[in-house]
Ligand binder design. Structure first.
Ligand code: F6P
Length: 524
């Protein structure tokens, strides 16, 4: 494949960037006040204003040409039709089928959608049973608590959905998420729980992940020691693509929910991996989440590039990373219930596009995924915004805010929105030039403002799908495979051999660090 950097449109973008880069955003607005209207778009319940990007019509035109040059329409078609777009593992990436409802069973995507529907029906039935107390534990009592054990995509996505959408006043089981191998995480989650009223869900597509299995075994011991080994089958459920391993672990076959091979870890919250979220928010709201994502899928599939939200967001990212030199990207939700979104997007973007070779195994030749980070506003304003306003680093950002005021919270919500808008303005325009040097805010930090009407399941579904497709579009432009994660494998393998060395006898080639850590003993 021709490296993207050798494309004519790439070179033209480089030349154009060099000519416009010296301009401050204040100038962009002064010469082109119409950009505040022109650089907005609305789809699937989301409105975006990207006028505060250091970009003009010419750059957008070239970026769109670049995406066409990289066969974006053909790749999108391949993604949606179930082609093995994940080349290194010869797999489709059909997360879109998980939210498509019944499709045409004659096509790969339709068959996948039909299978997803079947599996999710079982998950819905189980989640409703747990919520309504029809499905209970070994002593016939309803579950008051659910502990989900999983990591990465088997934790971040469902956890983020629960934080965003769970109605804390609604009756039903409390759901806690456990991911860390450090047993403190599980111990903290189990503290104060009644084992007879606790359901443990093991979410692991592979059912081989070290952290998850270590925690699942501890939880099994906890249940077994208190309720007897025969109780384990009644107190566990699993979402996994490895049913044999889950059965061997002791989970009853009717409580094992399949995760298809083509549902990648960081795209799996829409599958049975979403079980803890479905228990927390209920199947009906989970379905609305899927519907919101599906609306974004349709928009992505059907809209021309210049009116296509994921395409525009992706191209803005490419412009910032590859032509303005940004190395990080901040996600700043002005909504406390979206506080876990940055962590979910961090895995989505960095595990997908943190790559340096293209689909042919050749060096990509340009920067790929930036470091994604962020947290809920306004807290960040009192922590790291100083650097954004007066530091030396270029940090593009997405500010996310909901329009409608929750009843009773009018004045606080107005302040939240005001802070979001104020920060967008200062990031972009900075302060007046005549301010004293130490007070001057530099501005010129590109940012998008993304607005939803309210944080309901549809909006969240559309928002997450927007970022999924953004990642896909960027991968197509860079020519990389966003659906594998081989970089994570080496660390996993090494951890196993390190564990053997730590537990084994000292050897002559142990480093001082290893010697020191082998000496770690439980205090008396
Ligand atoms: O971090 C690597 C990874 O494979 C992720 O992609 C995945 O989300 C996570 O591990 C958990 O994997 P599993 O669901 O198989 O336990």
């Amino acid at each position: 494949m021709t490296p993207v950097t050798e494309r004519e449109s790439w070179r033209a973008l480089g030349a154009h960037a060099a000519s416009v880069a010296p301009r401050h955003l204040r100038e962009w607005f002064a010469v082109d006040p119409g950009r505040t209207r022109r650089y907005t778009l609305e789809a699937a319940g989301l409105f975006i204003d990207w006028s505060r990007h250091r970009i003009d019509d010419r750059a957008l035109e070239l970026l769109i040409a670049l995406s066409a040059d990289r066969d974006l329409p053909a790749w999108t078609e391949r993604l949606f039709s179930g082609h093995p777009v994940n080349g290194t593992e010869q797999r489709a990436a059909l997360h879109v089928a998980l939210r498509a409802g019944a499709g045409d069973p004659g096509t790969a995507a339709g068959a996948a959608a039909a299978r997803a529907t079947r599996i999710l029906d079982g998950v819905r039935e189980f989640a409703s049973g747990v919520r309504e107390g029809r499905i209970g534990g070994s002593r016939g009592m309803a579950f008051t608590d659910v502990v989900n054990i999983g990591i990465g995509g088997s934790d971040l996505g469902p956890g983020m959905v629960i934080t965003a959408l769970q109605d804390r006043d609604e009756p039903g089981p409390r759901v806690r998420m456990v991911s860390n191998l450090d047993p403190v995480d599980l111990r903290d989650a189990l503290r104060g729980l009644d084992p007879a009223r606790t359901l443990v869900v093991v979410g692991s597509k592979s059912f081989t992940t070290l952290e998850t299995l270590a925690n699942a075994r501890l939880a099994r011991d906890w249940i077994g020691a208190r309720l007897g080994p025969q109780a384990i089958a009644r107190h566990f459920a699993a979402a996994t693509g490895n049913a044999a391993a889950a059965r061997e672990f002791g989970i009853a076959p009717e409580r094992i929910f399949d995760v298809p091979e083509w549902a990648g870890g960081r795209y799996s919250l829409w599958s049975a991996i979403g079980l803890p979220a479905m228990i927390a928010i209920g199947p009906e709201r989970f379905d609305r989440l899927l519907a919101g994502a599906h609306a974004m899928d349709r928009h992505f599939l059907e809209s021309p590039a210049h009116r296509n939200l994921p395409v525009i967001v992706a191209l803005l990212g490419i412009w910032c990373t590859n032509f303005l030199g940004a190395t990080s990207h901040a996600v700043l939700p002005y909504d406390q219930r979206l506080r876990d979104l940055p962590a979910h997007l961090q895995q989505l973007e960095m595990e997908s596009n943190g790559k340096s070779v293209d689909r042919d195994g050749q060096p990509v030749g340009c920067s790929t995924a930036p470091v994604v980070w962020g947290s809920a506003g306004t807290d960040g304003q009192h922590a790291y915004f100083q650097l954004l306003h007066q530091g030396t680093v270029l940090v593009p950002s997405d500010l996310i805010v909901m329009r409608e005021t929750p009843p009773g919270d009018e004045s606080a919500h107005r302040l939240l929105v005001a802070n979001c808008l104020a920060q967008a303005q200062v990031l972009a325009l900075g302060s007046d030039d005549d301010a004293q040097a130490h007070r001057r805010c530099l501005g010129n930090q590109p940012c998008s403002v993304i607005v939803g009407d309210r944080l309901d399941p549809e909006t969240l579904g559309a928002l997450v799908a927007l970022y999924e497709h953004k990642v896909f579009v960027q991968a197509v432009v860079w020519g990389i495979n966003p659906f594998d994660q081989w970089g994570v494998e080496l660390g996993k393998t090494l951890a196993r051999s390190m564990a053997d060395r730590l537990g084994g006898p000292a050897s002559g080639d142990d480093s001082p660090l290893l010697e020191r850590l082998r000496g770690t003993r439980t205090p008396r």
